[in-house]
Each structure stands twice: as structure tokens, then as C-alpha cells.
Design a protein around this ligand. Sequence first.
Ligand SMILES: [Zn+2]
Length: 59
Amino acid sequence: MRWINSRQQTRDHAGQRNICAACGHDGTSRDPLINNTDGFRVHRSHTTDQRHGLYGTAQ
Ligand SMILES: [Zn+2]
């Protein structure tokens, strides 16, 4: 089940639903935001890049 944490809920309510919680850039069709295991919305590419700290954290 997908979930978001309370900080991400606050971000969503502040109009930041499509802004990556990791890097601050917008999600795009090529690199959309996905929920990670900590409950944040982040670029999918962060979770598939072995050099990135979020590697492997996609929900
Ligand atoms: Zn990002």
C-alpha cells in the first residue's frame, strides 16, 4: 500500500505535490515522482541510481 508521511502531506497541502522532496525540482513525464519507503515523493531516477542515497527505496 502506498503511503505518504506527515511532512509530505504538509508539502502537498502547500502546493508542492509535484516537487521532489530530495532535490526540489518538479516531477516530469520522463522522471515522475514516486512514493519512497520513507513516505516522500521523489524522482523515480533517485531510486534507480545506485550512486544515489535513495537507491532502492521506491515503494
Ligand atoms: Zn529529485
